[in-house]
Design a protein around this ligand. Structure first.
Ligand code: AP5
Length: 235
């Protein structure tokens, strides 16, 4: 795979000492927010403290597309258009994933649920103790998404300007020089993804708020500050 180098060299940000915070004991949690809010970034940073595996429906769908499975073939046209994949496809994926041994003590959902039917299905599958909403204004989303790149080996998430690798062209986490960009990370698709978020996903905020498990986190700040506030919300 081609090596992509960050186009802008920025000073590395300090790393939050998440291991210094005590482990939290809980059931499943949900990371909620618009595309590019930082759900995946934060999931990777708080996994150690929560002890919960990250379950990203976006990552699962991209793996299905790459493998050419029936699910991948059904999902691809929706993903390419920036639309939500039908609920029955997503719920079947989650029902399957939740059977894995590492999910027995709960998981950290990233990008799921995104509709009321998905949330209702989830309620019948596992208990959710916290929904962490990472809030970022729309006008910040496009530049976040268009500058994103990820490590092709370990999946670590970076940004050309806001969160570059410490050493240009080398992953901070695994040392790989294999980076990639997502096919749907372009300005046109982002607008469709944002519309889908506002129309179909944001109503879930009230649904979870009424259950008293919804925590709003200002996502328009430094990555470390957000991680710290999420861990406080989870305590
Ligand atoms: P998915 O892969 O879930 O994409 P998404 O929700 O659009 O979210 P992203 O992965 O784009 O963003 P993120 O919030 O994880 O941000 P990140 O941490 O990477 O879904 C893709 C598609 O699959 C959907 O469009 C849909 O078709 C389908 N799909 C998936 N789940 C579905 C479901 N449940 N139902 C139906 N369809 C589904 O950060 C973004 C960038 O910003 C990075 O470069 C990062 O370095 C940077 N960044 C992070 N935090 C900060 C910060 N605080 N300041 C500055 N930059 C930051």
């Amino acid at each position: 795979m081609a090596t992509l180098r960050p186009s802008v060299a920025c000073p590395a940000k300090p790393t939050v000492k998440t291991e210094a915070l005590h482990a939290v004991n809980m059931e499943s949690i949900v990371l909620f927010g618009p595309p590019g809010a930082g759900k995946g970034t934060q999931a990777q940073r708080i996994m150690q403290s929560t002890g919960l595996p990250q379950v990203s429906t976006g990552d699962m769908l991209r793996a299905s597309v790459a493998a050419g499975t029936e699910t991948g073939m059904k999902a691809k046209k929706f993903m390419d258009a920036g639309q939500l994949v039908p609920d029955d496809v997503i719920i079947a994926l989650i029902r399957d994933r939740i059977q894995d041994a590492d999910a027995s003590n709960g998981v950290m959902f990233d990008g799921f649920p995104r509709t009321i039917p998905q949330a209702e299905a989830l309620a019948g599958i596992t208990n959710v103790s916290h929904v962490i909403a990472i809030e970022v204004p729309d006008e910040k989303i496009v530049e976040r998404i268009c500058g994103r790149y990820t490590c092709g080996n370990c999946g670590a998430v970076y940004h050309d300007t806001f969160n570059p690798t410490k050493t240009e062209g080398t992953c901070n986490s695994c040392g790989s020089s294999d980076f990639k960009r997502r096919a749907d990370d372009n300005a046109d698709t982002v607008m469709s993804r944002l519309s889908a978020y506002h129309e179909q996903t944001s109503p879930l905020a009230d649904w979870y708020d009424s259950k008293g498990i919804f925590h709003r986190i200002d996502g328009d700040r430094a990555i470390d500050e957000i991680s710290t506030d999420i861990l406080i919300a989870l305590e």
